[in-house]
Write a protein that binds this ligand. Structure first.
Ligand SMILES: Nc1ncnc2c1ncn2[C@@H]1O[C@H](COP(=O)(O)OP(=O)(O)OP(=O)(O)O)[C@@H](O)[C@H]1O
Ligand SMILES: [Mg+2]
Length: 507
């Protein structure tokens, strides 16, 4: 063994939850100035290992050394003192308070015992924002007034405020578009140059080869191996993660698109967000709406389902004009929406899987005279099996599932909800290679039964693999469309930038 001092050296660490050995005798080492990727399937134990480091458990076993010193990380404050900074999988910022209050939470400078020294707080905040390239942002704004990417960077700035020597990013790019990811890379490289040790959790292989120096793979709570990225390749990493080689990711599927239009939008407008949007969705079709981040995809979805007010145009479902005043009305009319933000509007984390999966149908079922709770349980079991939710326990609280498994529960909820049109907004965010395949198969199966899907995804291979047709949205306008036969990652990306060959709209 070399006598080099590691920024982080975890030796034979374990953490048990009731019934699960989530982390099992894992060794994990990171040097100063190194970006170390941590990979593994959903539920492999990555987040648990990092939560351990962040002081969330007082019952882990094994030893943790920080810069050569043994530390007992039994509380978040001890972890903070030891120099650990954690950027979580889901944003932890409070949306309705100002950026500077978020940045300096718990340590706002005081003028005297009572009053906050706002001037000082703003100065301090500006310095932190500058470290993540956000010097142009006014720290007195609310978090809700900046983009999700900027919020993610504010989150990093907040962590930097504690002067960590180790910074952990748990799926930091899951909410970012590709341009934004590049921006994040720039910041990571800078932190690396400053000598920080960075742990980077991601399911995206390409990111690992772009940004990481070394990679560690976990499976079923155990360490599979650690190696320099120059000594591995994507196939090899996948094999390490799942234990067997995975091939043929996107098999062509037979489509059964029918002429019948199930949903149409005409002249659909929300000023400032999307304008004069026209499209038709057919029975049995997967229609992608593609565009760069900020093009207005999620806004269109929110307009369709009645959660945002729109300014004009018509939307028809099965030929009937609809004006949904809320999401409940949309669901009642057969239109569901799998949100890109599962924690805020998608799932109730403190409720069980069964409660979550049946939220949209419970009223309808429980009103029936012949209602039997057991039949609903069977339905829940069927859906969670179809989605390979792990563990397949309908009575478990959703909050205790790994991130990727939460996403599968969310999909199970929509499968159970009996809607025939589903808008899927980033449906595979945070899920591993196998789970992604499960979700894709479920989508194909869903449309093959005569249902229809609107797909919003920034994962281009996913769009190419799943969509029958793509309409291109640019700055709130639909500028054209691409048929399946012409669809490649490149043709979509070019079109989203207004370039290349695609069938342009007349307007
Ligand atoms: N609070 C908890 N209570 C009980 N079990 C838990 C809890 N948190 C995690 N687990 C279990 O521990 C195991 C590891 O979960 P963890 O969240 O660390 O996985 P992960 O590798 O981060 O997965 P993902 O890629 O889906 O985020 C899983 O089996 C999970 O169900
Ligand atoms: Mg996780």
């Amino acid at each position: 063994m070399s006598n080099e001092v590691y920024a982080l050296d975890m030796q034979k660490v374990s953490k048990r939850f009731p019934g699960t050995l989530a982390v099992d005798q894992v060794d994990f080492r990171v040097k100063k100035g190194e970006v170390h990727a941590l990979m593994g399937e959903n539920g492999a134990g990555k987040s648990t290992l990092m939560k351990m480091l962040n002081g969330l458990f007082n019952d882990y076993t094994g030893d943790i050394y920080i810069n050569g010193e043994k530390k007992l990380l039994h509380s978040p404050s001890l972890a903070k003192e030891a120099g650990i900074g954690m950027v979580y999988q889901e944003l932890s910022l409070a949306r309705r308070i100002s950026i500077y209050e978020n940045l300096l939470v718990g340590r706002l400078p005081k003028k005297n015992a009572l009053f906050i020294d706002k001037k000082k707080a703003i100065e301090e905040s500006k310095k932190l924002l500058a470290r993540v390239g956000l010097d142009y942002i006014d720290p007195t704004k609310d978090i809700s007034e900046i983009s999700q990417c900027e919020a993610q960077l504010v989150e990093i700035a907040k962590v930097l405020g504690f002067n960590p020597s180790i910074i952990v990013m748990d799926e930091p790019t899951s909410a970012l578009s590709s341009e934004e990811v590049n921006r994040l890379y720039g910041i990571i490289r800078q932190l690396k140059a400053e000598g920080l040790a960075i742990v980077y959790i991601s399911h995206h292989l390409a990111e690992i080869f772009e940004i990481a120096d070394n990679v560690t793979v976990m499976r079923d709570g155990k360490l599979v191996g650690s190696l320099p990225v120059t000594e591995t390749n994507p196939d090899h990493l996948v094999e390490m993660m799942v234990g067997t080689p995975v091939q043929n990711f996107y098999k062509d599927h037979e489509t059964k698109i029918q002429d019948e239009v199930v949903l149409s939008a005409h002249d659909f407008t929300r000023w400032g967000f999307f304008h004069h949007v026209d499209f038709e969705l057919h029975k049995g079709e997967v229609l992608a709406i593609c565009g760069l981040a900020g093009a207005g995809r999620t806004e269109i979805a929110r307009g369709l389902i009645g959660v945002d007010k729109t300014d004009g145009g018509t939307v028809k479902i099965h030929g009937k004009e609809v004006h949904f005043k809320n999401f409940g009305e949309a669901i009642a009319n057969g239109l569901g929406y799998l949100t890109e933000d599962r924690k805020v509007v998608g799932l109730a984390l403190n409720q069980t899987v069964a409660d979550n999966v049946t939220t949209c149908i419970i009223d309808k079922y429980s009103k029936g005279i012949l209602f039997k709770p057991s039949s609903l349980n069977n339905l829940v079991d069927e859906k969670i099996n179809e989605m390979s939710v792990y563990p397949a326990d309908r009575n478990r609280l959703v909050g205790s599932f790994s991130g990727g498994n939460q996403q599968k529960v969310l999909m199970a909820k929509w499968l159970a909800s009996e809607v025939d049109i589903l808008i899927l907004d980033e449906p595979t965010r945070g899920v591993d290679v196998n789970a992604k395949q499960v979700i894709h198969n479920v989508v194909k199966n869903y449309v093959s039964k005569g249902n229809s899907v609107i797909l919003l995804s920034s994962d281009l291979p996913e769009v190419v693999g799943l969509a029958d047709r793509a309409v291109i949205l640019r700055e709130g306008h639909i500028i054209g469309e691409i048929q399946k036969k012409d669809m490649t990652e490149n043709s979509i990306l070019m079109a989203a930038n207004g370039e290349g060959e695609f069938v342009k709209c007349q307007k």
